[in-house]
Design a protein around this ligand. Structure first.
Ligand code: BES
Ligand code: MN
Ligand code: MN
Length: 457
């Protein structure tokens, strides 16, 4: 333990300078205008892995952005930890809401503000630095492999192929991911599940062109109105989702499991104040912890149509569009839900308009085992570093490749996240507390140590 804190103390300013350099790359995978920056980020990550002591470092080309691989095999008889992370980030928009520019990392009040600070550059970089620490202090207890991808935020569509083609190279005993949240430094937690995702676009078309809303309005259905009605009908008065069959495969938790889950500290007042809302919303019969953890949801992510520029323009739009996502829980299937959604939308759309539903990416929900050697090692590591046993929680976000690792490689995952839900992931002013960054670097070597120890017995 002492060698860990000493190394971190002596090197923390360099660790932070390196993370800042990583955060300065605008590696937005969704927008082709950043293509060169994303590619440069992959090279930078590879360079840093090499410097940290990794071998066989390779920037592996895919049909999209490359996957950075690196490893250090200390002794084939030791267990192997496969670290997954992503170097791509979400678009920084809306830019005017950032207090400081998204790709100029700035420290305020002990927190690093930058796009990717938490999701996921700041978090996967903890593993790079923890690895450096273990390697330089001769304390590597496990073999380690890194797989850092550049397309997580756009659905990881090339990662599946890479995993299938590199099964031998990726062989490991556990996948370790820091790309989720914990409750707080005072209340460390470990996520034991993630929701799945089904993401679609709904386009409603009325007249064959935009019309003068005075000349034609009243005689022709307005696609924006129809789309709004369709969307509004997708929740009933109890905020249940109305798509027939939607809840068929939802796994209901036992009363005891629900009670356990709701023991996690949650201050509703603080939560509301942080978000600036007077009341919370949600499916009747469940708590806020359950709404975001074990219940499926349907959200509009974007909706547009007609004139959205400055001032007023009297127009009856020809088209209206919405991007809609559903978060899924065990044992719902992304493909099945996509199909149910499409059929339902088609069946409720009135004849005044035409509707087109286009699926985007999806992903399956997962639960991670809590009785495994790896989970116990994570619990012990957190308990030692934070002085408190971690609380098991269920995460609301999605990391679709977790189920893929299980399917293709037969390896289970441990979700050891060090960010906070309030770190503004995907929002303006994304941040990471420096204390969380350093705590992560301190906890990870302990995980390796306990994973090796517990694997032996
Ligand atoms: N790191 C997040 C997922 C996450 C965040 C899980 C916080 C649990 C807690 C990841 O980068 C992400 O944003 N995933 C997307 C899905 C992906 C297919 C675009 C998501 O959850 O929306
Ligand atoms: Mn992420
Ligand atoms: Mn993300």
């Amino acid at each position: 333990m002492e060698h860990i804190t000493k190394y971190i103390e002596e090197n923390q300013s360099r660790f932070l300078a390196e993370l800042f350099a990583l955060l300065r790359f605008p590696s937005v995978s969704a927008d082709p205008k950043y293509k060169n920056d994303v590619l440069k980020t992959a090279d930078f990550v590879a360079e840093k892995l090499k410097e940290a002591g990794a071998q066989n470092v390779e920037v592996c080309p895919t049909g999209g952005y490359p996957i950075v691989f690196g490893e250090k095999i200390v002794d084939p008889s030791l267990p192997t930890v496969l670290v997954y992370g992503h170097y791509d980030v979400q678009p920084p928009d809306p830019l005017d809401l950032w207090k400081t520019p998204p790709f100029e990392p700035t420290v305020r009040d002990g927190k690093i503000y930058a796009r990717g600070a938490c999701d996921d550059k700041g978090q996967f970089y903890m593993h790079v630095k923890a690895f450096e620490l273990m390697d330089k202090t001769g304390s590597l207890a496990c073999n380690i492999k890194f797989m850092i991808e550049g397309e997580e935020e756009v659905g990881s569509s090339n990662l599946g192929i890479f995993v299938k083609e590199n099964k031998e190279r990726l062989k490991a005993d556990v996948v370790l991911i820091s790309d989720t949240s914990m409750i707080s430094l005072e209340n460390p937690s470990l996520e034991t599940g993630l929701r799945g995702l089904s993401y679609l676009e709904v386009e409603v078309t009325g007249p064959n062109r935009d019309l003068h809303s005075g000349v034609y309005g009243g005689a022709v259905a307005n696609p924006a109105t129809i789309l709004a009605k369709i969307i509004a009908s997708l929740h009933d008065e109890n905020n249940h989702i109305t798509i027939p069959g939607f809840y068929n495969d939802v796994q209901e938790l036992s009363a005891q499991d629900r009670e356990e889950l709701n023991k996690a500290p949650f201050d509703e007042q603080e939560y509301k104040e942080d978000l600036g809302v007077d009341e919370l919303w949600g499916e009747k019969g469940y708590t806020a912890i359950e709404h975001t953890g074990i219940r499926p949801t349907l959200e509009v992510n974007g909706i547009w149509g007609g004139y959205i520029g400055e001032g007023a323009k009297t127009v009856l739009p020809s088209k209206a569009t919405a991007k809609i996502s559903m978060r899924l829980v065990p044992n719902q299937s992304s493909d099945k839900i996509t199909e149910l959604f499409t059929k339902h939308i088609e069946s409720i759309t009135p004849k005044y308009v035409k509707v087109k539903v286009t699926p985007h990416h999806g992903g399956e929900p997962v639960v991670t085992p809590t009785n495994s050697v790896a989970f116990k090692a994570a619990e012990k590591a957190i308990e030692e570093a934070f002085g408190k046993k971690p609380i098991p929680t269920r995460g609301g976000g999605s990391i679709p490749i977790v189920s893929l690792f299980e399917q293709e490689l037969g390896i289970k995952t441990v979700l050891m996240g060090f960010g906070l839900d309030s770190d503004n992931l995907h929002s303006p002013n994304e941040k990471l507390d420096i204390a969380n960054f350093l705590k992560g670097i301190e906890t990870i070597p302990l995980f390796h140590k306990y994973f090796a120890e517990l694997s032996k017995s």
